[in-house]
Write a protein that binds this ligand. Sequence first.
Ligand SMILES: [Zn+2]
Ligand SMILES: [Zn+2]
Length: 332
Amino acid sequence: MESLNSTFVPDGTTYWAHYDRIAEVNGSFSILEKMWAAWYAWMANDVLATGIMSFVMHELVYFGRSLPWVICDAIPYFRRWKIQDQKLPNAAQQWRCTKAVLFTHFTIELPQIWLFHPLAKAAGMSTDVPFPAWTTMAYQIAIFFVLEDAWHYWFHRLFHYGPFYKHIHKIHHEHSAPFGLAAEYAHPVEVLMLGIGTVFSPVLFCYFNGGDFHILTMYIWICLRLFQAIDAHSGYDFPWSLHHFMPFWAGAAHHDIHHEKFIGNYASSFRWWDYVLDTEAGPEAQKRRRDKKRAERDAMAIKEQQKLSMESMGKEASIMGSQISVGAEKGM
Ligand SMILES: [Zn+2]
Ligand SMILES: [Zn+2]
């Protein structure tokens, strides 16, 4: 399929004139594909087109996804599914958090979003239509979830190390009972470092995959990652929450304990890193750790007992042996 962005330059002046022109040239495109191509043609500046689309999408998804949680907090009926049901955020806390997040979005994230298009193009990402097959996007996004989770685990764990915690990560832990809007409430260095896992997982993948990657896949990935982060901070665990069906999915139940206990449960999307490296938080994990220690102590005691009885058996045998040899000498 020809590349619309590089070969097709419509002469219409309005956005919809571009749209109609593209529809004329290639009617087989879906409405979304035509709108996408018309956007890039109308903007006539790919860096701006990607930058504006990314920023607007990020704001809409971040606050759009946080809003249902603000509503849940205002309705007492939902309290039965609130994990730390005694600690509800008040309006002042939520507003303070919104202002801080908006400030970070405009000062830290906006310049990065602007840099994203050149970086994406250098790695070989495509902005052309048609879009890739949904199956291609799905397997790529599954890989990004795994990569980002690993990055997040190690850097989040590092942020809990003394000086890093004190000077950087402590801000994110101001909320011991988190809420949706608090997902990106963090020190700029933390936003930057943890954001690398989200942005660079696809860029690296694209680089090693020979550029078989579309920016739309990146947008869907970022939307899903925002959903994951906001939901993990929501403070609600419903019977239909994902981790009840996918036991390795982290979700709010996993991250809420991290905020409550300030230690353990460092991963973002999955539970395997904390499980394998024994950094799980919460009473169940503590009990498991206690049981394991007790079992190890019991095993040591049994071993010690066996060693002692072997030694005493050895002593008895040597006494008996010497008695026999004395008796034999006397008999001679
Ligand atoms: Zn933390
Ligand atoms: Zn958090």
